[in-house]
Design a protein around this ligand. Structure first.
Ligand code: ARG
Length: 407
């Protein structure tokens, strides 16, 4: 691998990515570092971050507003997929990575860079997601990963930065490692490493605690069109607005907190606290919409593929062939997912209390126990004779073979 001269670095404004700038230049002989900071709705002061990169030695410092593509091209597919890694985590951090990788590659092309770089360490999932996404989008670009290789502790990193004119973090440093965007917050480390220590309230900022949430519950209706949430209480909302509204409503009722042990790609178990109120609310509603509008066999196949899809996204294979093939299946299923789900939020709960659809497969004449029933009860007898035949044959044989078998 040749030496990189011009590098595009994924930049967050934190100590690690700031130190990457002088490190790439001094230790690895990079001539020009161009930084790219993504706005994913995390609420950071991006102009300050832009300036910080320049102060740390970047030649060009770029900021990109990715909120809309993030929600439309990554969050909405995840809602249609009901994606929950290990049945729980709605991938709020993981979904941002392939988009950032895509953007790094684009900037590298625009700027004529010969490499991209990121500040991920060697223990996490994000390095896997960035490395694989970049390699599949631009196999010719080198990927430089200083923080994976420099072997400095946090104190050493800060000291290295100070020697290069990067000020140490001024505010009293939070003990947590936090990743955030419009979909939610992921919080780990510090006191949370003791698995029995409950998260303190300072961990949360998008959701009310159960104690502080209103005594009165709140009902709402979410309308879907081809699997996409398009209206809230009958008011049409664009995707970004939908996520923001859903965050507000679910957040004030304390819904959307998770405290879980998850399995990282590199084999480590880690504890993470998430708050992803809107995303979890919309997935709940979407699952219900599908229950009404998809046939049982399609649903059961989709539920299997959903967990595979979530694994692939978590494990960095967003741009892989299996993910794309499963997307093809999902796309066909979502044509039928239309209608409205009614939910109630109350003190950390989100429960479904109603649903309706023009593409519903529910037949009240079939389901009813009343007079209008059209189901042919006599037909059940023949069905059960055939359906149970293999079991009856097998049981009869076993009784003959093993006389002592308890009944
Ligand atoms: N565990 C989550 C994931 O792999 C979040 C990672 C970032 N978490 C953090 N606290 N910085 O997608």
């Amino acid at each position: 691998m040749g030496r990189a001269k011009k590098v595009v670095l994924a930049y967050s404004g934190g100590v690690d990515t700031s130190v990457c700038i002088p490190f790439l230049k001094k230790e690895w002989g990079v001539e020009e570092v161009i930084t790219f900071a993504a706005d994913l709705g995390q609420g950071d002061e991006l102009q300050l971050i832009r300036q910080k990169a320049l102060d740390s030695g970047a030649t060009v410092s770029l900021v990109g507003d990715l909120i809309q593509p993030f929600i439309e091209n990554f969050a909405f597919p995840a809602i249609r997929a009901n994606a929950l890694y290990e049945g729980k985590y709605p991938l709020s951090t993981a979904l941002a990575r392939p988009l950032i990788a895509q953007q790094l590659v684009k900037v590298a092309r625009d700027q004529g860079a010969d490499a991209v770089a990121h500040g991920c360490t060697g223990k996490g999932n994000d390095q896997v997601r960035f490395d694989i996404a970049i390699a599949s989008l631009a196999p010719d670009l080198m990927v430089l990963t200083p923080a994976r290789e420099w072997g400095m502790s946090r104190e050493e990193t800060i000291a290295y930065g100070e020697r290069c004119g990067i000020p140490a973090p001024v505010s009293k440093k939070s003990p947590y490692s936090i990743d955030l965007n419009l979909l939610g917050r992921s919080v780990e480390a510090g006191p949370l490493e003791d698995l029995m220590t409950p998260p303190l309230e300072d961990v949360f900022s998008m959701t009310a605690s159960i104690d502080d949430s209103p005594e009165e519950g709140e009902e709402l209706e979410i309308t879907f069109d081809c699997g996409n949430p398009v209206a809230l209480d009958g008011v049409f909302l664009k995707p970004v607005e939908m996520i923001k509204e859903a965050n507000q409503i679910a957040g004030r009722h304390g819904f959307g907190r998770l405290d879980i042990i998850e399995n990282r790609v590199v084999g480590i178990k880690s504890r993470e606290i998430y708050e992803t109120p809107g995303l979890l609310l919309l997935i709940n509603a979407h699952q219900e919409m599908e229950s009404l509008t998809l046939s049982g066999d399609v649903l059961s196949m989709k539920r299997n593929l959903e967990s595979k899809w979530a694994d692939l996204v978590y494990q960095g294979l967003w741009f892989g062939p299996l993910k794309e093939a499963i997307d093809g299946f999902f796309e066909r299923t979502q044509v039928d997912v239309n209608g409205t789900v009614r939910l109630k939020l109350h003190k950390g709960n989100c429960i479904v209390i109603g649903r309706r659809s023009d593409t519903s497969l529910y037949s009240s004449e079939m389901a009813t126990y009343g007079r209008d029933d059209i189901f042919d009860h006599q037909a059940a007898k023949g069905f059960i004779y055939v359906w149970g035949l293999p079991t009856r044959l097998w049981s009869a044989l076993r009784k003959k073979d093993d006389k002592n078998k308890p009944i």
